[in-house]
Write a protein that binds this ligand. Structure first.
Ligand code: HEC
Length: 137
């Protein structure tokens, strides 16, 4: 009898904690977390991208709000060069979910299936505000 009572209590406590974590997860998915985005960026993007210099992919400072395929000095694919969209929450979300579906013929062979991770990455990209004096190269 006493054993069963104890187990029931544990169960209720466990359930409460899980519910709280779920709510926390939902709030973060909606807003996007810059610090988590920075860590994801280091792990999944920095092989090809950096905020301030071109690598395999174009630099990312100021990308939020910029036209697709418009970072000066980077040799984009014809698909990106011809793109007319501007990078905002919605277009970046679609790009990261499936770049080839958004702009067929593009050259980034990477996608991020998890919506919460995309939101975090976008929050981080948004935090890379353009510098006053950009080097023109
Ligand atoms: C394997 C290399 C590689 C990785 C890893 C990679 N990218 Fe890219 N990315 C590219 C290339 C190449 C392009 C240019 C595509 C083109 O010209 O078609 C690009 C383009 C982009 C663009 C468009 C930039 C612009 O100026 O229009 C964004 C945004 C972007 N990547 C975000 C990301 C994010 C966020 C990650 C990490 C989840 C990531 N990329 C991971 C190679 C990569």
């Amino acid at each position: 009898m006493r054993m069963r009572h104890g187990a029931g209590l544990m169960c209720r406590v466990g359930f409460g904690v899980a519910g709280g974590l779920l709510m926390l997860g939902a709030a973060q998915a909606a807003a996007g977390d810059v610090e988590r985005g920075r860590l994801l960026y280091q792990g999944r993007c920095s092989a090809c991208h950096a905020p301030d210099y071109h690598g395999v992919g174009p630099l990312h400072r100021g990308v939020f709000g910029r036209g697709a395929g418009k970072a000066p000095g980077y040799d984009y694919s014809p698909a990106l060069k011809a793109a007319t969209l501007t990078w905002d929450d919605a277009s970046l979300d679609r790009w990261l979910a499936d770049p080839e579906r958004l702009l067929p013929g593009q050259r980034m062979g990477v996608n991020v299936p998890d919506a919460a991770e995309r939101a975090d990455l976008i929050a981080y990209l948004k935090s890379l505000a353009p510098r006053q004096s950009l080097r023109k190269e």
